[in-house]
Design a protein around this ligand. Sequence first.
Ligand code: MG
Length: 327
Amino acid sequence: MTNDYRFEFRPYQRRFLRSLTTNHGKWDIREGIILRLTDESGKLGWGEIAPINWFGSETLEQALDFCRQLPGEITDEIIFSIPDELPACQFGFESAWEWGSGGDNFMTPNSSLLYSALLPAGEAALNQWESLWQQGYRTFKWKIGVDAIADELKIFESLIHTLPASTKLRLDANAGLSYEEANLWLRTCDNLKANPEVPIEIEFIEQPLPVEQFQGMLELSTSYETAIALDESVATLRQLAACHKQGWRGIFVVKPGIVGSPSRLRKFCYQHQIDTVFSSVFETAIARLAALQLAAELSQNNRAIGFGIDHFFEQEETWFQSLWNDL
Ligand code: MG
């Protein structure tokens, strides 16, 4: 039996309060698509397509083209046969389907999830961790590979001596280090681990090298105590499965918003019991709810999830109502 859903969509734009700086450059406006499915009984399901093309998903334009060519009424079959080239669409449509009448999986995410807060890049991190600490965050992520390594090592030195004991710190290079620089960061972190005067924990270094240098990261992951997490290398489920197949047994950062089909992600995680860190793609509350749902179901090892990003946006109620004027 197939079900029919009325399908509507609206593009959106949200400006970051401060631009987000990574090794990929600056990001000022988050653009995406909110979609709505209405089943035959009138039940609504909300979904969001929030692509990040420079991270490995389809472009916003490709996602819009896909939405525009669909009829006003769609079926389960259409929802579950979106091609792998459109992973953010797979996530948006399938999660709208689960939200509405389709799935038994949808529930309120487990509130015991721990959150990691994203610090601003560079020296600004030294001024912002404290207000985030006061909000309850105990795990932080700091971007590296943005400035010269000597400058970043200096800021890092200050940061580790400023952060309170028992803080966990993640370093995210966004594929921006050379092999030598990655070795230097990993050696520095291993030395800290051995130093009893440093009471904080470096949890992992994220994506030190470019995606093409998988073998290099595999090698580094066995050469140092400090763990490595893959992120850009595992942006989509297809890449994630390929890295697992090639022997990656470190941490996998999973960005539900762009990884692809939630049902296939569940299947993969249950089957292989991988060590995951669930993470935001700067989505709105709609994709966030679906992503947190997956994080609550699939997170292993009690790792903090990378959704501590509220301080990058204004509160969102008003823009959402202006998108959908029949609410
Ligand atoms: Mg990352």
